[in-house]
Unconditional design. Structure first.
Length: 327
């Protein structure tokens, strides 16, 4: 069972486990006949994959209909806004990606308060990002990308899942540290990015190894640098960006579950508690680690603190690099 399937199984068991617990009067009607999971990206990316593999298990265990709703756009902000404006009755959740922590600094007209308008349920997990080149691209190392960019500023293009994504900010920070200018090619999610990356339409792509792993194994994509603090176990020969000259650099993708603010805290707490226990199961941890992921179960309070720290971290990067959605 691969990483995504295990994580989704955990999600299903977690939600099912809450049913056996007594809920207070205000939440006794939960679960409703239909539970909606909003994916704020187009089909084909990791967030979409997680939700869709969970769907049949959730329906079977909860005996309710699970509606997966893709609402891509604005680096995940459009779909997240749909969750913000939904009734806080435990019928709607949103599965966010790392862009959630970057959007407050990059989208000046963000129509919601990231910290106040959503109820954190839990951080599900993290995954290192990797810079890759298509097998037909001339770059055999990250140093060759840097050399090409210095020889021709903005002449080297790289793709990410979208403007304002963690990958976008990471490459901006790397470029700033190495004094090179790269051209950003934003896609509308992981699905569109991977399609163009494996087709060679964009020479360089950066995303979580969870998205790129099968194509790295096939040789279609060549890994050049890991953005994590340590080398990726599955890619021991791929140097980290810190080793390549960006001291102390550490940027990893993450996934988390949130609900509209004012969702009964009893529902949020019970889901989170059960999910934490499941994600600490050694078998689940081993399965996730096999795909270069890290199970990262948290309490709602811990996830809230994590999101706050992400916002602060990437706000500083945006300020230092002058990154904007369009560059």
């Amino acid at each position: 069972m691969n990483k995504m399937r295990r994580v989704l199984a955990v999600l299903a068991v977690g939600l099912y486990g809450t049913l056996s617990m007594a809920l207070p009067a205000g939440a006794q009607s939960w679960p409703p006949k239909t539970i909606r999971i909003i994916i704020p990206f187009p089909p084909g990316g990791t967030t979409d994959l997680i939700a869709r593999r969970a769907q049949p298990m959730l329906e079977r265990n909860l005996k309710v209909s699970i509606l997966i709703e893709n609402r891509g756009g604005a680096s995940g902000a459009i779909g997240t806004q749909a969750a913000v404006t939904s009734p806080p009755d435990g019928a709607t959740f949103v599965l966010v990606f790392d862009t959630h922590g970057a959007n407050p600094s990059l989208l000046p007209n963000l129509p919601f308060d990231t910290l106040k308008d959503l109820a954190p349920v839990m951080l599900i997990g993290t995954s290192p990002m990797v810079v890759t080149a298509h097998q037909s691209a001339p770059y055999k190392s990250f140093a060759e990308i840097v050399a090409a960019a210095k020889a021709k500023p903005e002449g080297v293009a790289y793709g990410t899942i979208g403007a304002g994504s963690l990958a976008h900010l990471a490459m901006s920070q790397i470029g700033n540290a190495l004094n090179v200018k790269l051209t950003h090619v934003p896609y509308k999610g992981g699905g569109p990015l991977i399609n163009d990356a494996i087709a060679g339409h964009v020479p360089i792509a950066i995303a979580s190894i969870a998205l790129f792993s099968p194509h790295i194994k096939s040789g279609m994509l060549r890994p050049l640098a890991a953005t994590s603090a340590k080398r990726i176990v599955q890619l021991p020969d791929t140097p980290t960006t810190s080793e390549l000259g960006v001291a102390g650099f550490d940027a990893v993708s993450w996934w988390g579950l949130l609900a509209p603010a004012k969702t009964p805290p009893e529902i949020v707490a019970r889901i989170s508690t059960d999910l934490q226990a499941q994600l600490r199961d050694p078998a689940v941890i081993k399965s996730i680690e096999a795909k270069a992921g890290i199970a990262a179960p948290t309490t709602p309070i811990e996830f809230a603190a994590f999101i706050k720290k992400e916002i602060e971290t990437w706000r500083a990067v945006v300020s230092a690099t002058g990154t904007k959605p369009g560059n």
